[in-house]
Ligand binder design. Sequence first.
Ligand SMILES: NC(=O)c1ccc[n+]([C@@H]2O[C@H](COP(=O)([O-])OP(=O)(O)OC[C@H]3O[C@@H](n4cnc5c(N)ncnc54)[C@H](O)[C@@H]3O)[C@@H](O)[C@H]2O)c1
Length: 334
Amino acid sequence: MTTRISVIGTGYLGATHAAGMAELGYEVIGVDTDAARIQALAAGQVPFYEPGLPELITKHVASGRLRFTTSLEEAAGTADVHFVCVGTPQGVNGAADVSFLHAVIDKLVPALRRPALIVGKSTVPVGTAESLLPRVAALTPRGVDVELAWNPEFLREGHAVHDTLHPNRLVFGVTSPAAEWALRNVYAAAIAEGAPVVVSNLPTAELVKVSANAFLATKISFINAMAELCELTGADVTSLADALGHDDRIGRKFLGAGLGYGGGCLPKDVRALVARAEELGSGRSVEFLHGVEAINDRRRDRVVDEALSVLRHVDGRAFGRVAVLGASFKPLSD
Ligand SMILES: NC(=O)c1ccc[n+]([C@@H]2O[C@H](COP(=O)([O-])OP(=O)(O)OC[C@H]3O[C@@H](n4cnc5c(N)ncnc54)[C@H](O)[C@@H]3O)[C@@H](O)[C@H]2O)c1
């Protein structure tokens, strides 16, 4: 019997995941509270730029394997595996706001009438999934078997379709062998291609995602810190990065000095990790991330200062025409 999949929250992550699962042959239902988004996706229109995604959605809406709805109840009645992909935006003091996630659990679980595996894909503070377990248990209808797992997503914007179909690793945070096997079944194609699988408990799976992003941010800030020294000494940061990058313990990726990191994930996830560590009374463990952020913020000031220095100045005000080449935070992204 084919696994039927629901994807709850059809934003950047969810729309791509839903289309990817349909491409893998599953029957997929995408759910979102945003009726306009659902209508657009059903017509093959994607409200952000991601190469290949509109084509893939159109293909599978036409093939009948992918449909979209605003009804979570419909998804509850249809699917065996529910991927939760709702937003976890920056909330108070940089902490991640998990209220959309709670809203999904509160509505989905009581509506379940068949055995279900709920799989969190959203990026959440470590400890979130375990804190949801009693909530899931309390809301589960009598006689229905419901499990919760966490499967963080590592897709790169601009390569989201490829990364969804061919992930470079899979992390399954589970509480039972049954959940692990259900996920191995869903991702059988990627595993057959050689994608490594790390099976862990729930907190590890959550922490993998934020710590990966914190590491990448640290790498970018590291090279930008070196850029500051290069500017003072006449050293060339690009040659420096090339030379560092030839060391395969370091690698050349994410050693591009420039404006610093941005986009929807790195700044938010770094701040959320700091907030969570502080909440756990372990702010010192991630103290260095304040430095990482400070370097990142300085780069923007530096670029503005550089731009000002080449403009005409009259009476303390700068005049000139400024062109910005490339308005996205990285190539091929929105
Ligand atoms: N965008 C990425 O590249 C990326 C990569 C990996 C992980 N993530 C993580 O995935 C999560 C989602 O990110 P995104 O970029 O797709 O966000 P997004 O804002 O593009 O999409 C979130 C979607 O969830 C929907 N939603 C909110 N509440 C809902 C509810 N109760 N029921 C159904 N739908 C609901 C919203 O309407 C929206 O369409 C975040 O935790 C993010 O950190 C994102």
